[in-house]
Structure formats: structure tokens, C-alpha cells
Ligand binder design. Structure first.
Ligand code: ACO
Length: 427
């Protein structure tokens, strides 16, 4: 490919450099476009816009490839751990055994919340959505950890990143405990990151809690699958919030708010609700017809993706994990059968084939989480817990970039042109 692109507006031509990454599409660097032509580019939803340089995660949506720092997600999900993937995302390389032990130890030393922060929970209604609580409590961390909010100081950035990764399970588990009226369970640092989260969620002070290793592994894998996903809506929100110099806790709270939406992280909750509503395989054709009907707002939740125009590689791992969890817990849930048959019918339907709509990560994750015992309202909170590592890694990458600027998109103005103000008595 050529190393520059030219743009002709009328008889004036301007040239723009083309930049190449290590893999993936080249980008046309149009930073001087406005200065040279007086025009903006127009790209609502950023379908053709790269907003930053990033060395963290690569997706090839046509081929169904997802790499973290070059490593395929399938291999990481199979052989790695969430702590190891967290280290990888934050530091760029896989850790040695000592580095991993030291990182895991450091994270475990930040799992407790300031005791006063626990008072926050009591201000929420018992039926508050866990994501509402997460937005509030994570944002409030900035009021408690002043000693790590100087974003110009790499040590502060590292400590706040560790704090966020470490405290997120405690915050999410406490949101759950509050909603079911049970006492908060404090962290147990003798357990793994994921085992500790399971204990804080399902344990009670009155009884010993045994972590089921199959469930622990399955949930850890779910965390790996959700750890990062390039410049998605919530990550871009974190970057945009961070670009103004906002503190990391506030930025992650912004990411949580964005993730909550049903077109993003809220889709796993919506997907399971949909599968339950369908109920039995005989109803599937009706719902497929509804999804295809342009006059019906219904969509197959857990299907389709902005970037993947092929099977989401995370959905493949999820489907396998459902079986493992069902076998280990000896549960059977008719929604799994509905999910399998719905997937098969949709993948053979010309509408879904033509639009390249495949199951995404959320299609099966709800089925697993439900089998483990999480209520649907917790699904997105679990997603937020895992994605926190991606958010902080992306935020750190952005802040460390010397060319970083405040994010400030422009617009195509379609409102009234200038007109004189008319006093209220004269209208
Ligand atoms: N069911 C039925 N039709 C769909 C679906 C679906 N799930 N997804 C997309 N389509 C159709 C659209 O109606 C549209 O049709 P048209 O071209 O005739 O108008 C076409 O496919 C393209 O859809 P867009 O919404 O333009 O695609 P976009 O890239 O903007 O949206 C999105 C992607 C939001 C994920 C969409 O596929 C969707 O709403 N899916 C359901 C929600 C979901 O599962 N979200 C989770 C995403 S993964 C994640 O966030 C972790």
C-alpha cells in the first residue's frame, strides 16, 4: 500500500500520511485535515475511526481472532489465569513464576475496602441494581484513596490500578450481599482472586465455605474472556474521561456506567432473560422471526457484534465451559438447550448469514453464571469486575503516551443558524 493518501476537495488536493501498525488495517492520519481543508470527518459510532495507538489487544473481526499482547484468547483461557492475564495486560509480557507470585500477593494486599466505604451500601435501596451500586462505590473510591490519584506519578498510577483490580471483587460481592440482606463477607487472602470472590459472594460468616475448584476455574476463565477488548464503548469512555486528567477511580466509574447498557455489557443479562422468555425450543422460530422483523425492536441478545463478523472466539470457550460447569454441579437447565438450538437455527438462517451475525461472548456467559448461582442482575457487575483490568491497562497506556490530548470530537451542526433572541413578552 502507498504511504500517503490524497484528498481532493474542488481543485485543492491535500496529502495525508498512512501509518501501519504491526498487524491490522492501516490508518490515514488526518490530524491536519481541519487545518488544511476546514472540513471535519464524519463518522458517528466511530465505525472507521482509530482513536489511539495501542499495543494491548488486537481483534480481527472477520477471522474471529482476539489477541492480548499477541497471545490468542483461546490459549490464555485454556492455560493461563486471570491474575496472569492481568499482569500481561498491565506489563506487556507474561510474568515469570516469581513475578506472578509477587503480583498476586500485591493484589491480595489491596482487597479490603476502607471501612467507612462499607457505610455507603446502606444508603442504597435493597433492590438497587448492583451496577448502580458499583457506579457509586467505585466513583467514591477517589474520596478515600487520595494518596494514589496524582496521575502524573507512575507510582500513583500503579497503586491505583492495583487497588481497582483488587477491590472490584469486594465491591461487587458486597453489592450482592446487600441485595440479599446477608452480612458482608470480608476478603480471605489465602484464597485465589476468584476463589476469594466466590467466598465473599456465596459464603456466610456462620459456616465454612469450600471453593469448588471447577466453578473457580470456570469463573476465572470468564474473567479472562472479559479482561479487555480493544477500544469498545466502555474502554473508550474510560479513555475519554481520563483524557481530561480525571482520577482513575472516576474514570473507571464512567466505564462501569457505559458498560451497563444492554447493547454492551448489559447484553449477558438481557440474553439470559431472552432465553428464559423463549423457554422451550418450539418457540424459537417465533423469536427468530421477531428478530428479523424491522418493525419489531426485538433483537437476538448475545448475537451480533460491531467488530466480529465471524464467531466470537470468546463464545467458543464459553460454550465449552457451560458443559464443564453443568457436569461439575450436576445441574441441567433447559435454557442451555434453548441456547444451542437457537444458535443453530440462527446460524442457518439467511438473515443472520447475510448480516454476519454470530453468537458473541454474552450468549452463553449468562447460562454459566446462572448455573453457578449468580442472579441475572449480577452478570454485568461480573463483567465490570473483569474488564477493570483492561480499563486500567488502557488508561495507563493513554496517560503514558506523550502525545496524549484531551478527547474532543467535533460535529456536523444541524440546528438553527444565528437568530435574534425574542423577549418572552414578544413571543
Ligand atoms: N438481532 C437481529 N438483528 C440484528 C442483531 C441482532 N442481535 N444485531 C444486528 N442486527 C441487524 C441490525 O438490525 C442491522 O440490520 P440492517 O442493516 O437491516 O439495519 C444490522 O444487523 C447491523 O446492525 P447494527 O446495529 O447496525 O450493528 P452495530 O455494529 O451497530 O451493532 C450490536 C452491534 C450493538 C452488538 C448489535 O449486534 C446488537 O444490538 N446485538 C444485540 C446486543 C448484544 O448482544 N450486545 C453485546 C455485544 S458484545 C459486548 O458488548 C461484550
Amino acid at each position: 500500500m502507498s504511504d500517503s493518501a490524497s484528498l481532493k476537495i474542488g481543485d485543492k488536493e491535500s496529502g495525508y500520511p498512512i501509518r501501519s501498525g504491526t498487524i491490522g488495517p492501516d490508518v490515514i492520519d488526518i490530524r491536519k485535515l481541519y487545518a488544511e481543508t476546514g472540513c471535519f470527518t464524519y463518522d458517528p459510532g466511530f465505525t472507521s475511526t482509530a482513536s489511539c495507538d495501542s499495543a494491548l489487544t488486537y481483534i480481527d473481526g472477520d477471522e474471529g481472532v482476539l489477541l492480548h499482547r499477541g497471545y490468542p484468547i483461546g490459549e490464555l483461557a485454556e492455560d493461563s489465569s486471570f491474575m496472569e492475564v492481568s499482569y500481561l495486560l498491565l506489563n506487556g509480557e507474561l510474568p515469570s513464576k516469581d513475578e506472578l507470585d509477587s503480583f498476586t500477593y500485591t493484589i491480595s494486599r489491596h482487597t479490603m475496602l476502607h471501612e467507612q466505604l462499607m457505610q455507603f451500601y446502606r444508603g442504597f435501596r435493597r433492590d438497587a441494581h448492583p451496577m448502580a451500586i458499583m457506579c457509586g462505590v467505585v466513583g467514591a473510591l477517589s474520596a478515600f484513596y487520595h494518596d494514589s490519584t496524582d496521575i502524573a506519578d507512575p507510582d500513583h498510577r500503579r497503586i491505583s490500578s492495583h487497588r481497582l483490580i483488587a477491590k472490584m471483587p469486594t465491591i461487587a460481592a458486597a453489592a450482592y450481599k446487600y441485595s440479599v440482606g446477608q452480612p458482608f463477607v470480608y476478603p480471605d487472602n489465602s484464597l485465589s482472586y476468584t476463589g476469594n470472590f466466590l467466598k465473599m459472594t456465596f459464603g456466610v460468616p456462620a459456616e465454612p465455605y469450600e471453593v469448588n475448584p471447577v466453578v473457580e476455574r470456570a469463573l476465572d476463565r470468564i474473567f479472562i474472556l472479559h479482561a479487555d477488548h480493544e477500544q469498545n464503548a466502555s474502554t473508550s469512555t474510560v479513555r475519554l474521561a481520563g483524557s481530561s486528567g480525571a482520577n482513575p477511580f472516576a474514570c473507571i466509574a464512567a466505564g462501569i456506567a457505559c458498560l451497563w447498557g444492554p447493547a454492551h455489557g448489559g447484553a449477558n443479562e438481557a440474553a439470559l432473560n431472552m432465553l428464559r422468555e423463549i423457554g422451550t425450543p418450539d418457540k424459537i422460530p417465533h423469536y427468530i422471526e421477531r428478530a428479523k422483523d424491522k418493525n419489531d425492536p426485538f433483537r437476538l441478545m448475545g448475537f451480533g457484534h460491531r467488530v466480529y463478523k465471524n464467531y466470537d472466539p470468546r463464545a467458543t470457550v464459553m460454550q465449552k465451559t457451560v458443559r464443564e460447569v453443568f457436569d461439575a454441579l450436576k445441574v441441567s437447565d433447559p435454557v442451555f438447550e434453548v441456547a444451542l438450538q437457537l444458535e443453530e437455527m440462527a446460524l442457518n438462517d439467511p438473515y443472520f448469514i447475510e448480516k454476519k451475525l454470530f453468537p458473541n461472548v454474552d450468549f452463553y456467559s449468562g447460562v454459566i453464571l446462572s448455573a453457578i448461582g449468580f442472579p441475572t442482575t449480577m452478570f454485568t457487575a461480573l463483567f465490570a469486575l473483569a474488564r477493570t483490568v483492561g480499563w486500567v491497562a488502557q488508561w495507563n497506556e493513554m496517560i503514558s503516551d506523550p502525545g496524549q490530548k484531551i478527547g474532543r470530537p467535533r460535529q456536523l451542526y444541524t440546528g438553527p443558524t444565528q437568530r435574534p433572541y425574542v423577549k418572552i413578552g414578544d413571543r
